[in-house]
Design a protein. Structure first.
Length: 202
């Protein structure tokens, strides 16, 4: 059966709504819904305003250093989803975010994200937010340094999802900052080492 525009609209709206709900609840990363080849633009005159040509570039240059400026106990997350608008392959989310920066001061900002989806993934995005608040945080708070730690987890389909939830706090991004490595003897026991990055104060 051919998918109609109305069906695509509701499907894409629900994909983004669920991604934001998981991010807000700390059970998933917003990056899960980004396609690897996604193009993301940050408009305005903030320190991060430019075009990013891939999911990984956006993570490396914005999301990772941004997330590393917040405390582990109160990371930056959406606190209010004001509206989710959808039309065919385009979804717009108006939302407010909040977190406690490493220096102890709260950071709050309001965002408008305009996203184009294909096959359930964001392939193009544009973000608007208060550049003054963002630039103040970016200049005032230094990102925590990353250290590696290894944990032994079961091997199985979707190994990524088997990373212990307690480890997921780094950047609030369960799919970022770890590497699967071979461990003699571990594979035969049905387990594998996962190396995770933990952001620690300087």
């Amino acid at each position: 059966m051919t998918e109609t525009s109305a069906t695509r609209t509701e499907t894409n709206r629900e994909v983004i709504r669920q991604a934001f709900d998981a991010w807000r609840q700390g059970t998933g990363a917003i990056t899960d819904v980004f396609a690897p080849g996604m193009v993301w633009r940050i408009e305005g005159h903030s320190a991060a305003s430019k075009e990013y040509r891939s999911k990984q570039q956006f993570i490396d240059e914005v999301l990772a250093p941004f997330g590393a400026r917040f405390t582990v106990s109160e990371p930056f997350r959406p606190v209010t989803i004001r509206a989710v608008y959808a039309d065919d392959d385009t979804v717009i989310v108006i939302w407010d975010g909040r977190g406690i920066a490493s220096g102890g001061q709260p950071y709050e900002n309001s965002y408008a994200w305009i996203m184009k989806l294909a096959d359930g993934k964001v392939i193009d995005g544009t973000a608007f937010y208060d550049s003054i608040s963002f630039n103040d945080l970016w200049a005032r708070v230094q990102p925590r340094r990353a250290e590696a730690a290894a944990v032994l987890v079961p091997v199985g389909a979707g190994t990524k999802s088997r990373v212990p939830p307690a480890q997921n706090w780094s950047l609030g991004a369960p799919d970022y900052g770890y590497e699967v490595i071979n461990s003699p003897g571990a594979e035969s026991a049905g387990r594998v080492w996962i190396v995770l990055l933990a952001w620690l104060p300087r």
